[in-house]
Design a protein around this ligand. Structure first.
Ligand SMILES: C[S@@+](CC[C@H](N)C(=O)[O-])C[C@H]1O[C@@H](n2cnc3c(N)ncnc32)[C@H](O)[C@@H]1O
Length: 265
């Protein structure tokens, strides 16, 4: 299928309005690849007609959500960027016992990050006194995170001991997959949340993981997001970003303490 330039521009504008992310002109092939199945399923003969009907049209909100879901980049896996988990372990060791702990995986994608945090907390603190919240723009990803069923290869970096203690290995039709244990799932909640808009009421957090999402935004949007997210970090708490995402020059009142780790005064 092909996609004309005006139709591509309409997709870019809509996605920017909804997510804050502006797709570069070089992403046209990627957009075609991601949307053509949706267009065929809806019975459209061409992508341009689909864009005219759904993206430009549109009263079809449900279909528009599918378009946004398809355009987000959701790559993630358990214990990605392990330095953050090492820091968290150290910090948990030095923290006074008995205080409730809340951690937010902002842009949680399919949930591997939130469950990795939960495994670490369960290991250090047992199954009491903490909560993990995950939010993501993509409703499909929020649903996947709630299902908590993953291909085993996403757990390559997960400590073997955690795999045994916190996951069920699939058998029969679930061969090659893992399910996060119910005990852990009960401490992790997932909600839809758009970082470019006022967030749902989720309270304040000791640590926020805001990783591998800022790269998609221009500097003004990046600053807006970091400010919105920082407001939900408790004084003395931490913000983790992806190691390829720098907050320098943003002037958002956070202090760098290690690579990709910032403290709120
Ligand atoms: C590459 S994943 C990062 C997952 C995880 N944090 C990690 O580091 O592995 C980026 C996620 O950001 C989400 N996202 C993109 N724009 C967003 C927005 N405006 N608000 C909330 N989430 C957004 C996407 O849906 C996607 O799931």
């Amino acid at each position: 299928m092909r996609l004309s330039e005006p139709a591509f521009d309409a997709v870019v504008d809509m996605f920017h309005r909804v997510s804050g992310i502006r797709l570069a002109p070089s992403k046209r092939q990627l957009v075609i690849g991601r949307l053509q199945k949706l267009a065929t399923e809806k019975g459209y003969a061409s992508l341009d007609d689909y864009v005219a009907g759904v993206v430009r049209g549109s009263g079809d909100r449900e279909e528009l959500i599918k378009v946004v879901d398809r355009l987000t980049t959701n790559e993630t896996y358990f214990f990605r960027e392990p330095q953050h988990f090492d820091f968290l372990s150290e910090w948990l060791g030095s923290r006074p016992a008995g205080r409730n702990l809340r951690i937010w995986s902002a842009a949680s994608s399919s949930g591997e990050e939130a469950y990795s945090i939960a495994m670490l907390l369960a290991d250090h603190l047992g199954l009491q006194g903490w909560e993990v919240v995950g939010t993501d723009l993509s409703t499909a990803m929020v649903d996947a995170a709630r299902r908590a069923l993953y291909p085993l290869e996403r757990a390559r970096q997960m400590p073997k001991d955690y795999l045994r203690r916190f996951c069920l290995k699939g058998q029969g039709p679930y061969e090659g997959q893992l399910l996060v244990s119910r005990a852990l799932r009960e401490h992790v909640r997932f909600l839809s949340g758009n970082l470019m808009q006022p967030l749902p009421e989720i309270g304040q957090f000791d640590v926020v993981f805001l990783r591998n999402v800022l790269i998609y935004f221009d500097p003004p949007a990046k600053r807006e997001i970091v400010q919105r997210v920082s407001a939900l970090i408790k004084p003395g708490g931490y913000l983790f970003t992806g190691h390829s995402e720098s907050l320098s020059n943003l002037q958002v009142g956070l202090t760098a303490v290690r690579p990709a780790i910032y403290a709120r005064a």
